[in-house]
Design a binder for this molecule. Structure first.
Ligand code: ZN
Length: 80
């Protein structure tokens, strides 16, 4: 009955498997760690990724704040 709700129930929630531990994760804007199930898994994966990028010559390393900003920008762009 609330006209403000028209965006919320268009689609069923998207489920993804956490890349770190394979647990099912519901992809919502309420989960700041998506596609990971938890902060722990997200940090583990980012840590592995950062180490990997350090081995590629010429690739500038991104710290976590940069990555957060990038993800934030991508998600805003994709949704609005
Ligand atoms: Zn996980």
């Amino acid at each position: 009955m609330t006209p403000d709700n028209h965006d919320d129930d268009k689609q069923p929630p998207l489920e993804v498997a956490c890349p770190e531990c394979r647990k099912k994760v519901v992809w919502t804007t309420d989960n700041p760690y998506r596609p990971f199930c938890s902060k722990r898994c997200r940090l583990l994966d980012l840590g592995a990724w950062a180490e990997e990028s350090h081995r590629i010559a010429g690739e500038p390393a991104m710290d976590e704040a940069d990555l957060d900003a990038l993800i934030d920008r991508l998600e805003r762009g994709g949704q609005q």
